[in-house]
Write a protein that binds this ligand. Structure first.
Ligand code: NAD
Ligand code: GLY
Length: 359
């Protein structure tokens, strides 16, 4: 088993990465710290394969376990689902000693984390991510929340879990399109932080797609370790953490414009990464060869590399104003400084933005 720590003082927590962890009682025994109810929040898809093993392992330890099963989809990452969790917890007489377990992808993780932050002003929660995207990104770092019809992730809280338990076996049932979406966030780490990791991905993409255990476990470990370092430096996105949003300003606009769930988050981020890289190319921060390597690696991972045909620059600009990085009305973008480094820029010109979007 690979283990990492997110070092945040008295809110530090471990990340476990291995196969077969859902059934591993010792993990659950150590990290469910309170004696109260354990509530697994999951969805109608994930529950088919993964609810029983988890429920049984936790029940064998003597906990009272119940499961709140939500509809599946980004369009349900909203106040109605949040309210459904609150109602479930109250109907099951849950108190402050409750532990929530988020069993699912980023949607379930973000929703459950926000519910944990809010219920009775905060109860424990454990992230059990089941998609590649949630293995490498959303389960780590404590960003929790829900969408509003006017913008992605507009309501939420920073709230750290007690542990992140990554069972790599979950990837065996993941649809290919979802694996690709996860690879967009994986590739992001190479561009913003680690050029060697980017090269590793260029060599090992076929092995990821074959779910080669050694390669997948290395990829997940390296991504979580980069994310843990960034979150350790800047938990609440006062500065550095914003680089994790490479491609997200453009990407969130696509997701909101198309309607949540039509383009997957990772697909929209992939197109956004190409747009941000186009700006970097125009500024001479990356070479044509590096721009092509970025685009080609996204394509090799079956990801889109340009905007939806029907969206124009104005559509992007109207939606990007709502981005959480916007300061004093100025939209801020994460742009590569070179392959392996990135920073936030607020001086993009109108022509750079529209050239990147239309390219
Ligand atoms: P998701 O949670 O919608 O999961 C994708 C699909 O895969 C769903 O249909 C889900 O039911 C299904 N699924 C999940 N696990 C499965 C499995 N093992 N086998 C088969 N199907 C499975 O999407 P996601 O890509 O995991 O996460 C996207 C969400 O994460 C977005 O809402 C995004 O905003 C959020 N996010 C949050 C952070 C953060 O830091 N909190 C970071 C990145 C993304
Ligand atoms: N996924 C961006 C962040 O966690 O900050």
């Amino acid at each position: 088993m690979k283990t990492l720590t997110v070092d945040l003082g008295d809110r530090s927590y471990p990340i476990f990465i291995d196969s077969g962890l859902l059934n591993n009682e010792s993990v659950w025994g150590s990290y469910i710290k309170k004696k109260g109810n354990v509530v697994i929040v999951t969805n109608t898809t994930v529950c088919q394969w993964y609810l029983n093993p988890l429920e049984s392992a936790v029940s064998r330890l003597g906990y009272k376990v119940s499961s709140c099963i939500l509809p599946d989809g980004e369009q349900y990452k909203n106040l109605d689902s949040f309210n459904a969790i609150m109602t479930f917890l109250l109907e099951h007489n849950c108190g402050r000693d409750t532990t929530l377990i988020a069993l699912g992808g980023g949607v379930i993780g973000d929703l459950t984390g926000f519910a944990a932050a809010s219920f009775q002003r905060g109860v424990d929660f454990i992230q059990v991510p089941t998609t590649l995207l949630s293995h490498v990104d959303s389960s780590v770092g404590g960003k929790t929340g829900i969408n509003h019809p006017l913008g992605k992730n507009m309501i939420g809280a920073f709230y750290q879990p007690q542990a992140v338990v990554i069972d790599l076996d979950c990837l065996k049932t993941l649809p290919e399109r979802e694996l690709a979406a996860g690879m967009a966030e994986v590739i992001k780490y190479g561009i913003i932080w680690d050029a060697d990791f980017f090269s590793y991905l260029e060599k090992n993409t076929p092995s990821v797609w074959n779910l080669d255990n050694e390669v997948v476990s290395e990829v997940v470990y390296r991504c979580c370790s980069i994310k843990a370092s960034v979150v350790h430096e800047d938990e609440k996105e006062g500065g550095l953490r914003a680089i994790l949003n490479l491609g997200h300003t453009f990407g969130h606009a696509i997701e909101t414009y198309k309607g949540y769930g039509v383009w997957l988050h990772g697909e929209a981020v992939a197109a956004g990464i190409v747009m941000a890289s186009h700006v970097a190319l125009g500024r001479g921060s990356i070479s044509t060869e590096e721009f092509e390597r970025i685009r080609d690696l996204l394509i090799a991972n079956r990801l889109p590399v340009s905007k939806p045909e029907e969206m124009n620059t104005d559509d992007f600009l109207k939606l990007m104003v709502h981005d959480k990085k916007t300061l004093n009305g100025r939209i801020r973008y994460v742009i590569p400084d070179c392959l392996g480094r990135a920073s936030v820029k607020d001086d993009l010109t109108q022509s750079e933005i529209s050239a990147a979007i239309e390219a």
